[in-house]
Design a protein around this ligand. Structure first.
Ligand SMILES: [Fe+2]
Ligand SMILES: [Fe+2]
Ligand SMILES: [Fe+2]
Length: 410
């Protein structure tokens, strides 16, 4: 689970180059603070996971940079939205609370509550960890910055930060190793052993739950894409069922559908939402998204097949797809299904600026593409079962649309 969370969250950092490594850093600082304070192992683990996910609610906000400043205006919105994304996912129930309050100031102890709701002690650890991380200047040696960071934190001891946590931070800061680890790119591996994450496993059901959360992070970035992956997952799974995939394989296909556009986190919203023609640069960025999906899922060995089904959805049978130019014989049935599911969903789905295409118009395009780009047998299968498959897509996208409206109504 830890490896999966870390690679997904590193992908979330692609949303903003200034964010690169931010989630891992906050997780690392928070975990070390918890250790320093003698907090027990399972609570420490929760805190590290919360650090790894704490800003996931920021990707759907138009203002995505502000939370890297030291002084924030409106700091709670992304925190509450992040905690909402985790709602209902059992392994992260406690993490959701930690994240919801990660910008609550200590305020001489009044910060133990937020609008009458108790704030977990761990949220204040997360808060300090986050405010330390945003002060590190990547262009300069970290050890030369420690004194300034300490002074800044000390200045707000009692007001922004719980003095007990500030004290632990001072102790921790004496170790050069801590700071050097913090700016190394080996944080995930280190945390895995240090906080005993090797024992934290999730089953298939929970993997699906986590994929659902990341589906929302991917889709909810823009109203233009808000239901896209939900539709692709429903379509690809319906097609897999028709192609007699086993129940297990259908579940894998569903996860692949949810995550197929994971790499779109690296595409700026302005490009996602651009009306009219994309420039050469826009296209270049857009075309990198499946590469990022592939590299993000690559370290998760049990998801190897899921990754291929998810990441090759813009590869084409004649080798004119991207980014690896895999040709027909090497493209598995699962990858071919995903390509058809992606194209057909894109054609049929409603977007805020246009209604989806009618069946025969969409079918004509799919038929034309099946000459050299996508698999004609799968297109025929879709045509023969159009009503049923399309019904699944519409149901999934209607449900997603409802959830999206609720999510942004905060
Ligand atoms: Fe934050
Ligand atoms: Fe943050
Ligand atoms: Fe895509």
């Amino acid at each position: 689970m830890f490896a999966l969370v870390m690679s997904l969250t590193n992908t979330v950092d692609l949303v903003n180059p200034a964010l690169s490594g931010h989630h891992a850093q906050v997780a690392f600082i928070a975990g070390n603070l918890a250790k320093e304070m003698g907090i027990e192992a399972s609570a420490t683990k929760q805190l590290v996971l919360a650090g790894a996910l704490h800003d996931i609610g920021a990707t759907s906000l138009p203002d995505r940079t502000n939370f890297l400043e030291f002084e924030l205006n409106a700091p709670h919105r992304h925190a509450f939205m992040g905690s909402r994304l985790l709602d209902g996912f059992v392994p992260t129930a406690e993490i959701s609370d930690l994240i919801r309050y990660h910008h609550v100031e200590w305020n001489q102890g009044k910060g133990a509550f937020f609008k009458d709701n108790p704030v977990p002690a761990g949220s204040h650890i997360l808060h300090l960890a986050d405010r330390v991380a945003v002060q590190i200047d990547k262009k300069h040696p970290v050890l030369g910055q420690v004194e300034n960071i300490l002074q800044r934190i000390k200045q707000f001891s009692g007001s922004k930060f719980n003095p007990e946590i500030v004290e632990a931070f001072f102790q921790l800061s004496k170790k050069e190793g801590f700071w050097l680890d913090l700016v190394s790119n080996k944080i995930p591996q280190q945390m895995e052993s240090k906080f005993q994450f090797d024992t934290l496993n999730i089953d298939a059901e929970e993997t699906l739950g986590l994929a659902e959360i990341f589906r929302k992070i991917i889709d909810y970035r823009s109203s233009f894409t808000a239901n896209h992956s939900a539709g692709v997952a429903a379509t690809s799974t319906a097609l897999a069922k028709l192609a007699h995939f086993s129940e297990h394989e259908c579940r894998m296909m569903y996860i692949a559908g949810l995550l197929h556009d994971l790499g779109k986190l690296a595409v700026p919203t302005e490009i996602l939402e651009k009306e009219g023609k994309l420039t050469v640069d826009d296209l270049a960025i857009m075309r990198s998204h499946t590469y990022h999906t592939y590299r993000a899922l690559e370290p998760i060995k049990p998801l190897k097949t899921v990754n291929e089904w998810a990441s090759f959805h813009h590869e084409r049978l004649d080798g004119n797809g991207y980014p690896f130019h895999i040709t027909g014989p090497e493209l598995s049935l699962g990858s071919r299904i995903m390509a058809v599911a992606d194209v057909s969903t894109a054609l049929l789905e409603d977007r805020p600026y246009r209604a989806g295409m009618a069946q025969d118009e969409a079918t004509r395009i799919l038929e034309r593409m099946s000459k050299d780009a996508i698999d004609g047998d799968i297109v025929n299968m879709l045509k023969a079962n159009f009503e049923e498959v399309n019904h699944q897509r519409i149901a999934a996208q209607t449900e997603s649309g409802e959830a999206y409206r609720q999510y942004i109504s905060f």
